[in-house]
Design a protein. Sequence first.
Length: 215
Amino acid sequence: MKVFAVIFALSIVFSCTNESKGNRHLVADSPVKEENRPEADLFKMAAKGKDALKFCTSEKLNTDFCILIDMSLHSGIKRFFVWDFKTKSIVKKYLVGHGCGSNQWSADGSKDNPQFSNEDGSHLSSLGKYKLWGRGHSDWGINIKYLMHGLEETNTNALKRYIVFHSWDRMSDDEVFPKGSPEGWGCPTVSNNAMKEIDPIIQESGKPVLMWIYQ
């Protein structure tokens, strides 16, 4: 009888110990995911904003604002920023898609590790500074597009590749992390509602606007 009691007691201790370990494991899972959520580096953005203003001034582009796209960030969080030169701050931010490359079109295969290319047919986005100038009709989203004139060696083929700034019905207004945004063939795409906000700002500027895609 005593032997049975000892065995029973040990089994309870062992069971409680395992349950405790299991609970600690379950509790730890949630914070880890939260810690892995990337955030925009504001110091990096401020430095980009400073360089962007110098560039816009020298190239006679709009000096009220520019568009900064940080491709080092996960595509499921907002990484498209409208940067105000006067206040040196973000005034708007949105999700933005990038090129799928050899991955499935409209999926999120490279949501946290996009590749870039200036080659025609690569289906990849290109890094570098662009001049947004030339508003036209798009077959996508709310049927508005802006031509993207590549200003660096990394994006000289943008017009040849039909890389333009437009909206896409598949793009979300809200962050979708840990999922990623749908990937197209290289165009920086935003949601329809985002374009409805950005389009009048660009039109009212009266000057070409800098879009700087960097990593």
